[in-house]
Design a protein around this ligand. Structure first.
Ligand code: GLY
Length: 404
């Protein structure tokens, strides 16, 4: 013990084994849900299933991104085409939860519609698209063809790597690094692990380190974008598209970083990635407003008019809740584990209430209200967003159906 925290030094197997035993015992006493809360989570999951089934019925083969006045199917701008894996991924989550073959049929159908994206070199989002679809499908079947799609998607994403600068570039161009890519780089580590490919591992690790060094700040907050000199690879400055300012902290970007580094730690076991995720979590936990749902940017001026002022982003809360539930199990620090779980549950408790859950909003087609896609472009502001719905369901499922 050290200041109330367990030591993270590796003094020897015997000490580690003993610490792990004690940690497991203490974790068993972490805050658990009351039946009252559990019932709310189950009702929210049931509602989520009805909403997705209704969207499939209403607009077959359509992949929603954000709503306009609460409705999914509209001709609004995509900005970039990155969210298909969330809609199909919801169907896989529902199949995992219910074992209802109708969900599996839908999940396979919508996943198949995405298969060609394994070769898509125009986006940096292949982790979002394939880890939420082909990975659960492969885990159910062990069909080698599905495995090959996952590996190809990892290899395609790796082609975005810039040796000069040591990062995977965003869809904006070769000079641009996005914090969002931290949630996609896990597919490169997955492909590296499955094929024992040291080159893929090198690329993934270099990307994580460059992001840590240039986008993650010492206090754990994050910039949305980094701009590099493409000739020399020199880092030039922080920037943003979806946040308030270059030096602000776009809430969803921080959630992507927290969860992304946690996922990379899960795939690699390299402690350096857990350290970054914990630093992000420190900022998250100490800057959440009273109702536990962040404003769209942690630096938003709450006196400013909407959409730049006090606009919530429920999707950032959903992503962070799911990430914190993983971090709770990964951290070796009991105080942190307790804080991560309490915060994740507090965020979910807020999101299952009618202020955020669309269950009592007539005509709403999404699951969660009050998400934001792109403030500066005025796309999907104060609307349902597909990734918010996906990570909300994922987080609730982790609580209601914990996996050992
Ligand atoms: N560009 C990904 C996002 O909106 O979070």
């Amino acid at each position: 013990m050290n200041d109330g925290h367990f030591s993270t030094t590796h003094a020897g197997d015997t000490i580690n084994a003993a610490l792990n035993r004690v940690l497991a015992e203490i974790k068993a006493f972490l805050p658990t849900m009351t039946d009252f809360h559990a019932a709310k989570y189950v009702r929210a999951l049931d509602f989520a299933q009805r909403q997705v089934a209704a969207t499939v019925e209403r607009s077959p083969d359509y992949f929603p991104i954000y709503t306009v006045s609460g409705r999914w199917n509209h001709p609004g701008e995509l900005w970039t085409d990155w969210t298909g894996g969330f809609f199909a991924g919801l169907m896989w989550q529902f199949f995992n939860r219910t074992a209802d073959p109708a969900w599996r049929t839908r999940a396979e159908h919508y996943s198949r519609l995405l298969e060609h994206r394994q070769h898509d070199r125009n986006v940096h989002d292949l982790g979002f698209i394939f880890l939420n679809t082909y990975q659960p499908w492969y885990e159910w079947t062990h069909d080698e063809r599905l495995h090959e799609v996952l590996i190809q998607a990892g290899r395609t994403l790796a082609m975005r790597f810039r040796e000069r600068g040591q990062y995977l570039c965003s869809f904006i161009g070769p000079e641009s690094l996005f914090i969002d890519i931290m949630m996609n780089v896990p597919i490169i580590f997955y492909a590296a692990r499955e094929t024992d490919d040291a080159e893929l591992r090198r690329i993934g690790t270099a990307h994580c380190r460059t992001t840590r060094d240039h986008l993650v700040r010492p206090d754990g907050s994050t910039a949305h974008e980094g701009i590099f000199d493409v000739e020399t690879g020199r880092f030039l400055r922080q920037s943003t598209h979806q946040g308030l300012r270059a030096d602000s902290n776009w809430a969803r970007g921080l959630a992507w970083s927290l969860y992304g580094y946690s996922q990379v730690y899960a795939l690699t076991g390299d402690r350096e990635h857990l350290d970054v995720a914990e630093r992000n979590a420190d900022f998250w936990l100490t800057h959440l407003p009273k109702d536990h749902v962040p404003y769209w940017d942690f630096a938003a001026d709450l006196a400013a008019p909407l959409p730049w002022g006090p606009q919530k982003d429920s999707s950032a809360a959903a992503i962070a809740a799911s990430g914190l539930l993983d971090l709770e199990r990964q951290t070796t620090d009991v105080a942190r584990a307790v804080a991560y779980r309490q915060t994740a549950l507090a965020m979910l408790d807020a999101l299952v209430e009618p202020e955020y859950l669309a269950s009592e909003t007539p005509g709403a087609e999404g699951i969660l209200k009050h998400g934001v896609y792109h403030t500066a472009k005025n796309l999907g502001v104060d609307e349902s967003v597909m990734w918010g719905d996906f990570f909300f369901v994922e987080a609730l499922t982790k609580v209601v159906h914990p996996q050992e």
